[in-house]
Design a protein around this ligand. Structure first.
Ligand code: ASC
Length: 149
């Protein structure tokens, strides 16, 4: 019995090891929860810099830098959640039919958030404002194409 269980565990581990990191979800709802959680964190931290850029909260250079660094890191995360066969949630099925376009937009977001982190490090509010706008446009372009509701 114990040996049987051990071989099952090993077989399961072997299966996971053979798959790319992007496929390591036990079930579709886990993948959906993962990508929506990453998007939520991203919008919270982006929202804090955007609030400064829009003058809704006073500019705080250290806070802008901390939030921009987080956005640059978090923007790497959602994509693994769009694993093969995990259609659902707000994700349009086009994501899985137009993988090259989806990848292009997700790469663009990561490039823009890196630029946002650089701008925040520089501490110039006008540069931050310009890059918040560029980054927000990139969020929106992908949502317009690939997100429903
Ligand atoms: C956010 C957020 C988005 C983007 C988008 C930018 O803070 O939650 O989806 O910015 O509104 O246009």
């Amino acid at each position: 019995m114990t040996i049987r269980l051990a071989s099952l565990v090993l077989a399961a581990a072997g299966t996971f090891a053979a798959l790319p990191a992007s496929a390591q979800f036990a079930k579709t709802e886990d993948a959906i929860h993962y990508r929506q959680s990453a998007m939520f964190l991203q919008s919270q931290h982006f929202g804090r810099i955007a609030a400064m850029a829009n003058g809704r909260v006073p500019f705080d250079a250290a806070a802008a830098q901390a939030n921009a660094d987080l956005v640059a890191t978090i923007s790497k995360l959602p994509w693994a959640g769009f694993a093969p066969g995990t259609e659902g949630g707000k994700a349009k099925p086009e994501i899985w039919k137009e993988q090259a376009k989806f990848k292009e937009l997700s790469d663009k977001l990561q490039a823009e958030t890196e630029k946002l982190a650089s701008a925040a490090k520089g501490g110039n509010l006008d540069a931050i404002k310009a890059q918040v706008a560029q980054t927000g446009d990139t969020c929106k372009a992908c949502h317009d194409t690939f997100r429903s509701r």
